[in-house]
Design a protein around this ligand. Structure first.
Ligand code: UDP
Length: 327
């Protein structure tokens, strides 16, 4: 029996694959490498370069590897890009996932851990955000993930599919083997660290006129090792008969864009110039998690909750691999 990890060559997927293997799990990766990196996955892991919407391929993988559960990461994840290219987000994140779920169902795979997001909540009505908070996304990315949550809920009712949708807050940090390398990069922490390395002249801060203490948006940054561990726990929860759930993953601490830049300056001991620009479309003002349910239901506790530690691990990875996964 094995676990199918879609998007296992991506940032969070590759870290989770590593942790699954360390825990003794059999893992098979399916990734079309449109965003992920082959080098992010050990050569000893069975790897299929292909699409989650390829029914023939998914069916063959399930049969040949005796797939027992699927951790479904494969998706586009940029808030700003999703506003510009909604069709690509709905097509990739929603339509292809439908096809995947149908193939999994046909192969009698009953357990799915799904990468969802705090972007499904939209602008918060109260903080911290718990799982009962109303969901009204501010961008197509958030909508695409919310749609899948809905589909999974209905498949549970109709077909007995059991799932855990993990609503990540802002994934950050690195393991020595896995770090953040999006092309083009749009996420704050890698952009700040690339600026520290001299690869960019400056960081552009998207708006400082928000209703926050320093005027820049606030996020709850969560280490990818902690995210990865939560997937192992979610899998275990499903294997031991747990019912379908939506679960937040965050630290419960909010940091502004300027606080991230300041922390990175301290960690890297580099200057990191920053300029203020207009707001980015689709950005929420503040996103901070109440992750009490993850602790209560999964027994999950973050091991790296401090922003400083998160940025230290990211800085170690970026300094060691200034060109990322580039061959
Ligand atoms: N951000 C920024 N400059 C950048 C990239 C991001 O000011 O070059 C801001 C962005 O507007 C948001 C925060 O940093 O308020 C986190 O953005 P990121 O893209 O890392 O994650 P998101 O919260 O969009 O998933």
């Amino acid at each position: 029996m094995a676990i199918l990890v879609t998007g296992g060559a991506g940032y969070i997927g590759s870290a989770t694959v590593l942790l699954l293997r360390q825990a003794g799990e059999q893992v098979v990766v399916l990734d079309n490498l449109s965003k992920g990196h082959r080098a992010a996955v050990s050569a000893s892991v069975p790897f299929y370069e292909g699409d989650v919407g390829d029914t023939t391929l998914v069916t063959r993988i399930c049969r040949e590897h005796g797939i027992e559960a699927c951790i479904h990461f494969a998706a586009f994840t940029d808030v700003g890009e999703s506003v510009e290219k909604p069709h690509e987000y709905y097509s990739n994140n929603v339509a292809h996932s439908f096809t995947l779920l149908a193939a999994l169902q046909a192969a009698a795979v009953r357990h799915v851990v799904f990468s969802s997001t705090c972007a499904t909540y939209g602008e918060p009505l109260h903080l911290p955000i718990d799982e009962t908070h109303p969901q009204s996304p501010c961008n197509p990315y958030g909508w695409s993930k919310l749609m899948l949550e809905r589909v999974l809920t209905d498949y549970d009712r109709a077909f007995g599919l059991r799932f855990v949708a993990l609503r990540y807050f802002n994934a950050a940090g690195a393991l020595p083997e896995c770090g953040e390398d999006h092309r083009p990069e749009t996420h704050l922490i890698p952009i700040v660290l690339q600026t520290a390395l001299g690869q960019r002249p400056q960081v552009t801060v998207f708006g400082n006129d928000y209703d926050t203490p320093d005027g820049t948006p606030v996020r709850d940054y969560i280490h990818i090792a902690d995210l990865g561990q939560a997937h192992l726990k979610a899998l275990q929860y499903l294997r031991t008969g747990g019912g379908s759930e939506m679960i937040n993953l965050g630290n419960g601490n909010g940091y502004s864009v300027l606080e991230v830049i300041e922390t990175a300056r301290r960690v890297s001991r580099r200057e990191i110039p920053a300029v203020i620009a207009a707001r980015r479309a689709g950005d929420a003002v503040r996103l901070i998690a109440d992750a009490g349910k993850a602790a209560a239901l999964l027994g999950w506790q973050p091991q790296f909750p401090e922003l400083q530690t998160i940025i230290e691990t990211a800085w170690a990875w970026h300094s060691a691999r200034p060109d990322g996964y580039k061959k």
